[in-house]
Design a protein around this ligand. Structure first.
Ligand SMILES: [Zn+2]
Length: 435
């Protein structure tokens, strides 16, 4: 390995204490979303840090996006550092929000405790550890290659956990991710330090409502039970839809294995009277339910198109309608995301894969996320196709109690990120040439 690359690896190792402290400080700012707290605080913290590393920073509030209010403003930070010569821009994008704590914690969720090489806390893995890793990687890179060409950007963005509308979607609309401005995007989501995540499956959410007629529960024949109609919908889904989805396999390298097919979750069903409040000891009243609502969450593949996904669900309802007199329904699409997958030969993919091989001494694995993340906006709104997720951390720990990130994984990932920067911005090959 050439001298500069070895020097860079040593610098990353030397920054271990700094990396730990930075991760802990980010975890200690409790940026819970919803409702979207402390975005301004974390952006100001990042601004101080990145200005210290020579970045020009911009704080951008996504005014008027879902959730944005005077109480909970949607703040984002974009920081840019120009190189010594003109060239391409590499952008690291991390979301700054974390999901609710939930139950079952044995550690302080916002303490950032360091125990046996692991830093605990909500957002440690998803994805403040990844954010801290990218900052340390960039700082070490700047020390070794100060005369790089092009530019480096680091952003901290709001609301990824709730769709990204007040974060990357807004910034994409404002031109921050246009291919003229940014040529390579790395999103340090926790996909494991030796994997390159090329994209994600698609999403289609819909609300299905069946209608009935209210009547006295002792004479159901005088009414029409909306819950039984919904039962017929579910029976048809079991008989035809779920087997059809399981039969659709994808060539996308989706992880885990079970997500290499089309899937659908029934998120909720509500029919009849509302649940009594806790502590209410009375009996429910005898009524025939006059409506029933279901929310479905369909995840689809690059090989499918969204029109077919919608038509398939409508076909289930039409089939039930043809078999049940009085069956009436509404079908309302409520949310969708088109699948995204960056080509395996895209420059950011091959570079990061080379860097993984150089640091980890094994071939990079290519994966696709079963869910979605902010790449969808960078692809669809920003029109930027040269984008991946790559970062430290174990995906399964995201959103769990006692979430943690391993310090050694962050160090390895920082080395990968820095060697990728060296290849893209200085022409130093990440991996040894010619074996
Ligand atoms: Zn995340």
């Amino acid at each position: 390995m050439d001298d500069k690359r070895s020097e860079f690896m040593e610098r990353v190792e030397a920054k271990q204490g700094e990396l730990i402290a930075l991760t802990q400080e980010l975890i200690r700012i409790p940026t819970l979303n919803p409702p979207g707290e402390f975005y301004r605080d974390i952006c100001e913290y990042l601004e101080r840090r990145l200005k210290g590393a020579g970045f020009v920073t911009e704080l951008i509030r996504a005014v008027g996006t879902p959730g944005d209010s005077e109480k909970y403003p949607r703040w984002n930070i974009v920081a840019r550092r120009e190189g010594a010569h003109s060239g391409e821009c590499v952008h690291f994008n991390s979301h700054i929000d974390v999901v609710t704590i939930g139950q079952g914690w044995t550690r302080d969720p916002f303490g950032g405790e360091l125990i046996d090489g692991k830093i605990y806390g909500r957002g440690s893995c998803d994805m403040k550890g990844g954010l801290a890793t990218s900052i340390i990687a960039v700082e070490a890179f700047l020390e070794v290659w100060p005369d790089f060409s092009g530019a480096i950007e680091i952003s901290g963005t709001a609301d990824e956990e709730t769709g990204g509308f007040g974060g990357v979607a807004y910034l994409s609309e404002q031109g921050f991710f246009s291919p003229e401005k940014v040529q390579h995007v790395i999103i340090p989501e926790p996909l494991h330090k030796d994997r390159v995540c090329l994209g994600h499956r698609g999403v289609f959410w819909a609300e299905i409502e069946t209608h009935g007629r209210i009547a006295h529960g002792s004479m159901p024949f005088l009414g029409d039970c909306a819950v039984r109609h919904m039962g017929a919908v579910m029976a048809e889904m079991e008989a035809s839809l779920f087997p059809a989805l399981a039969a659709k396999r994808t060539d996308m390298p989706v992880i885990p294995e079970g997500a290499k097919q089309s899937t659908m979750n029934i998120n909720s069903i509500h029919g009849g009277q509302v649940e009594p409040e806790a502590g209410f000891t009375g009996l429910p009243s005898p009524l025939v339910p006059d409506h029933c609502k279901m929310i479905v969450d369909r995840r689809f593949l690059l090989e499918e198109n969204i029109e077919d996904v919608e038509a398939e669900l409508r076909a289930v309802l039409e089939k039930v309608k043809s078999e049940r007199p009085d069956f009436r329904y509404d079908f309302t699409p409520i949310h969708s995301v088109i699948p995204s997958m960056t080509a395996k030969d895209a420059p950011v993919v091959t570079t990061v894969a080379d860097a993984i091989e150089a640091v980890m001494h094994k071939k990079a694995e290519y994966v696709v996320s079963p869910g979605t993340y902010d790449q969808k906006h960078i692809d669809r709104i920003g029109r930027m196709k040269n984008c991946i997720a790559y970062g430290p951390g174990i995906l399964d720990l995201a959103h769990q109690p006692d979430e943690y990130i391993e310090v050694s994984d962050m160090l390895d990932s920082a080395k990968v990120m820095g060697l990728a920067l060296a290849e893209l911005l200085t022409g130093t090959p990440a991996a040894n040439q010619g074996g």
